[in-house]
Design a protein around this ligand. Structure first.
Ligand SMILES: *Cc1c(COP(=O)(O)O)cnc(C)c1O
Length: 352
């Protein structure tokens, strides 16, 4: 019955998960595995978030609040008077924004190499995907991006970028916002680790959306909840395009509580800052400078997949960068985890 499946899903492979490397580690008898492939916070969720989630579980016989008030109020209390949209992970937000704005055949422009889900979301909507390669040092040339993306409905830029780790400064983002006709989706999944503040741009530009997630610094990856700072005009249309009752009540309650536990986030941010520096100093391969909670390592002359497999056999699971379009095949991406995980990674990679 495969003939019933849309051609676009037959042409292009789906999202690349890290499970294969974990399977290899287990095959080699590793039970204590360093999980450094998915950029998660290694700490368990905030106790306040756990308590809020448990309380919310008692009322799951009822549909959640479709206005997501508990989360909207928490976001405004934390950040101030902005407009927000929420979704099932930031991935859900991306998918709904594409569905809200993009007619089949219209353009979505993506700065690459980057996170793969933008292309999958655009493709699912029948968009024409335009990719704009970054420079040799992975920086973004704003005028080159503007030329290629001028008439795109949505332009996607990830900052700090996954998998390269570098950020694009607010001045460059402002130049892009002023040069394009469509909307800029700035993916800020890792912004908490960067020290960069893009919020002043929100006040001045009607074509900017800042995508955010609870999956990384807030330790809620399994609850699948994300949000975005949105211009005022977008939320009513976003509601129409999205599924009703998108975000579940347990996730919303946990996320609202997690936002105010700043000590929980700060602890991991401090860990990230410490270890970004140590990785650059201690790993024998070149480690690219990063503004995120992971680093990209140039493992040449080895190939990405071969290096990932070697590390996995020794119980260290990292992400191969082979599947990132526009990237040469000799990089791995390594999340900053617990001390023992990071130490194990340094020790093992230096032995290869
Ligand atoms: C992890 C990640 C996300 C999405 O996270 P969700 O779990 O869907 O909230 C989005 N963008 C980038 C670049 C990411 O790395």
């Amino acid at each position: 019955m495969d003939r019933l499946v849309r051609a676009c899903y037959k042409k292009k492979s789906g999202y690349a998960f890290a499970k294969k490397a974990e399977d290899i580690a287990r095959e080699y008898g590793m039970d204590h595995i360093a999980r450094l492939a998915s950029n998660e916070n290694p700490d368990s969720l905030s106790p306040a978030a756990l308590k809020a989630a448990e309380d919310a579980l008692r009322t799951v016989n009822r549909y959640p609040d479709e206005r997501a008030n508990i989360l909207m109020n928490a976001l405004r209390a934390h950040y101030g008077d902005y407009h927000f949209v929420t979704g099932v992970g930031m991935d859900g937000v991306i998918e709904t924004i594409v569905r809200t704005l993009v007619e089949p055949g219209e353009k979505v422009a993506i700065s690459t190499p980057t996170f793969s889900f933008y292309t999958l979301a655009a493709m699912g909507q029948g968009a024409e995907v335009i990719t704009i390669p970054r420079e040799a040092d992975f920086s973004v040339d704003p005028q080159k991006l503007i030329r290629a993306a001028k008439d795109a409905k949505i332009t996607v830029l990830c900052s700090p970028n996954n998998p390269t780790g570098n950020a694009t400064g607010p001045e460059v983002v402002r130049e892009i916002l002023e040069g394009i006709e469509g909307l800029l989706f700035l993916d800020n999944a890792y912004v908490e680790f960067s020290g960069i503040d893009y919020l002043p741009l929100m006040k001045k530009h009607e074509n900017l959306v800042l995508g955010r997630t609870f999956s990384k610094v807030h330790s809620l990856a399994g609850l699948r909840i994300g949000y975005a700072f949105s211009p005022r005009w977008l939320p009513p249309w976003y509601q129409r395009a999205g599924t009703p009752f998108t975000v579940n009540s347990v996730s919303m309650a946990a996320a609202a509580a997690a936002l105010s536990d700043t000590a929980h986030a700060e602890r991991y941010i401090a860990q990230v800052r410490r270890w970004r520096k140590r990785f650059m100093e201690e790993v024998k391969y070149p480690v690219l400078s990063s503004d995120a909670n992971f680093v990209m390592v140039d493992v040449s002359p080895h190939k990405s997949d071969a290096m990932v497999e070697e590390l996995a056999r020794k119980g260290v699971v990292v992400r191969s960068c082979r599947s990132f379009t526009g990237l040469e095949d000799h990089y791995v991406r390594v999340s900053i985890g617990d001390d023992w995980e990071n130490e194990r990674f340094v020790q093992v990679i230096n032995s290869l």
